[in-house]
Design a binder for this molecule. Structure first.
Ligand code: F6R
Length: 263
């Protein structure tokens, strides 16, 4: 696991985007992106869009797969993840909408929609770069505590804490759906690279558990300790409970030139 501690959220976005661009370059324009919603990756996606517009990143034939979607919210709803991905990823990066996929939380047959989603990821050749945020309870995607570490895309019940955290996007907590479709932890682990971003003190405990705690379904993001190419980019507040923060900083400050991110 590579842990990069940045002074602020803006820098987190720049470093995460630079890391992604470094990986995407050799893959070429057909790179397959795994994309998250929520506030965490917004700066990263904005920076990626800037790199695209500057001609420094070619995603002209890229596909994208969202991590999750609420059940029962129609596609055009402002809080549907279809809509959020359209605004934060598809349009700013000029992706072809037909190659941007979000689980269908409005399907009549939700279980079949989950199987179809796994099939679509496989048919695209798998995810090259998976962007992740982390919930304050340690979830990635909507894999809530006690999720199977080898789970695939499926229906999940949102934890009370997640509904409380996400109530800020709705008029009231009653409007936050109780169910979602989410890529599983096994699905996420199949991505060839993962980049998790987190900012703010509300994520400090989850980040410490994910990075330095035991691998446990109680903090589902901790499964990333088993991933060969996981990068965790956090600001100083989200890093506050990391016991090896000095080591991560020293490591990053002394990277050899060929590993440096030019940001
Ligand atoms: C969103 C997702 C979630 C969020 C997490 C953090 O697609 O999969 O795991 O990344 O809940 O949300 P924010 O970034 O809003 O704090």
């Amino acid at each position: 696991m590579e842990v990069i501690i940045c002074p602020n959220a803006q820098r987190v976005g720049e470093v995460a985007a630079a890391k992604a661009a470094r990986i995407a370059g050799p893959i070429g324009p057909k790179v397959v992106l795994g994309v998250a919603t929520g506030s965490s990756p917004v700066q990263t996606f904005a920076e990626l869009a800037r790199l695209v517009d500057a001609g420094e990143l070619d995603v002209s034939e890229a596909s994208a797969f969202a991590l999750d979607e609420y059940v029962g919210i129609p596609e055009g709803h402002p809080e549907s993840y279809h809509e959020i991905i359209r605004k934060t990823v598809t349009e700013p990066m000029h992706l072809d909408p037909s190659r941007v996929h979000v689980p269908n939380g409005f399907a009549d047959d939700l279980a079949a929609a989950c199987v179809a989603y796994e099939d679509a990821i496989r048919a695209a050749g798998g995810v090259d770069i998976q962007f992740l945020g982390v919930g304050s309870n340690g979830h990635i995607g909507f894999n809530e505590p006690t999720s199977s570490l080898s789970s695939r895309t499926r229906i999940k019940t949102l934890a009370a804490r997640t509904r409380e955290d996400n109530a800020r996007f709705f008029d009231s907590i009653e409007q936050v759906p109780r169910h979602c479709l989410t890529q599983g932890l096994g699905t996420i682990m199949d991505a060839r690279n993962v980049i998790l971003v987190a900012t703010g003190s509300g994520k400090a405990h989850a980040i410490a558990q994910v990075v330095e705690g035991p691998i446990t379904a109680m903090y589902p993001g901790s499964v990333l300790q088993l991933h060969q190419h996981a990068t965790i980019v956090v600001d100083a507040d989200a890093a506050a409970e990391l016991s090896l923060a000095d080591y991560y900083k020293e490591t990053y400050a002394n990277l050899p030139d060929w590993q440096r991110l030019d940001v």
